[in-house]
Design a protein around this ligand. Structure first.
Ligand code: PEP
Ligand code: MN
Length: 364
């Protein structure tokens, strides 16, 4: 039995720039067996005015021409394009030019009014729709947009994880890790999968990474987390691209990256299961110990709260907390634990301890 996972692969330029550029990249992508759909931006959401905003209907005309030409995708199907829609007029034009797959962009998913308007225009069309995560790290908005699409009768819905905007990511502590354009926050797409297990999730490493070098490692991470597919920005000459020049890759690079992914099915082999079993047992034991220790620690917080209350001391004592944090971070980093992970964990534990102590104060 075949044990290979084949990701659903969408590739293509950030934006359609000319007939020649679209035709060149389409020809190159049609020669790559894994590519199932070609992305090509028609309307571009620009953060600030003055930039290239997409060619609109002209781009759709070229897409139609190429789709009607003898060119075929690697599997023999006619060339199949998808693009972002942000307004009902975009949906209408896509329908007019026979575009069968569209996506809702990150700046639209944040706005339920806009999502609702687009859903109304999609009703009854049978179009396939992908929903990028909202720019802000808000799982509810992502789920909400998918639910609105379901309510309008769209049945082929996929989610696209493209990372989340944070204020000036370059200043965020990433423990020597890569500087992402948009933070991956993998726990959010993982939570989406938990909430909506039937919705396939694709990863967009181009907009997460923001640079060519990060595309390959992000694709690998997405496959390791068992995403269903990838949407990758590919341009015949990335350095000259009119939008997102830093993150687009050549068709040759795409072939190398996809070829380099180890696409073994995550089910593993009986031998792997056999080796994993005792390690998983140990992890279960340690997790149970951690839970027990946390309960003990919170019990101590309650006792401390009683003493503080009797002695009229404040619950939060900054100096004590700073020295606890410093001490644990020194210990943790000395034995190889990641400093920012440890800081986050300790801050969470401390916040819960403060909450428990305040609860003790107010219950009297
Ligand atoms: C894009 O795919 O080119 C794009 C603008 O995406 P996002 O909505 O993720 O920013
Ligand atoms: Mn782009």
């Amino acid at each position: 039995m075949e044990n290979i996972k084949r990701p659903y692969l969408i590739a293509g330029p950030c934006s359609v720039e000319s007939h020649e550029q679209l035709l060149n990249v389409s020809k190159a992508l049609c020669a790559i067996p894994n590519v199932q759909l070609i992305r090509a931006g028609v309307w571009k959401p620009r953060t600030r005015p003055g930039g290239f905003e997409g060619l609109g209907e002209q781009a759709l005309q070229w897409m139609r021409q190429i789709a009607d030409s003898p060119l075929r995708m690697a599997d023999g199907a006619p060339v199949n394009y998808c693009c972002e829609v942000a307004r009902p007029e975009h949906v209408e034009l896509c329908l007019q030019y026979g575009i069968s797959h569209v996506w809702i962009g990150a700046r639209t998913t944040v706005n339920p009014f806009m999502v609702e308007e687009i859903c109304q225009s999609l009703r009854g069309t049978g179009i396939s729709v992908m929903v990028k995560n909202p720019a802000s790290p808000d799982l509810g908005l992502w789920i909400g947009a998918i639910e609105r699409l379901m309510q309008s009768g769209i049945t082929d819905i996929k989610a696209i994880h493209r990372g989340f905007t944070t204020y000036n990511p370059r200043t965020l502590p990433q423990s020597n890790g890569p500087h992402y354009r948009n933070q991956p926050l993998w726990e959010i797409p993982i939570s989406l999968h938990r909430e909506m297990p039937d919705i396939p999730i694709l990863c967009d490493p181009s907009h997460i990474g923001g640079s060519r070098e990060l595309v390959a490692p992000l694709c690998l991470a997405a496959m390791l987390i068992d995403f269903d597919g990838l949407m990758i920005e590919v341009h015949p000459d990335p350095a000259t691209a009119w939008t997102d020049a830093n993150q687009q890759i050549t068709p040759d690079a795409l072939v190398r990256i996809v070829g380099g992914l180890n696409l073994q099915q995550p089910a593993g082999t009986p031998d792997a299961e056999h080796q994993l079993a005792p390690l998983r047992d140990s992890i279960d034991t340690i997790d149970h110990q951690l839970v027990g220790l946390l309960a003990e620690r919170m019990e101590l917080s309650r006792k401390i709260a009683d003493i503080k209350r009797q002695c009229h001391m404040p619950v939060f004592q900054s100096q004590r907390w700073q020295s606890v944090l410093h001490d644990r971070l020194v210990q943790a980093t000395a034995i190889g634990l990641d400093a920012s992970f440890m800081r986050e964990l300790l801050e969470k534990i401390h916040a819960e301890s403060v909450r428990v102590q305040l609860e003790g104060q107010s219950s009297t």
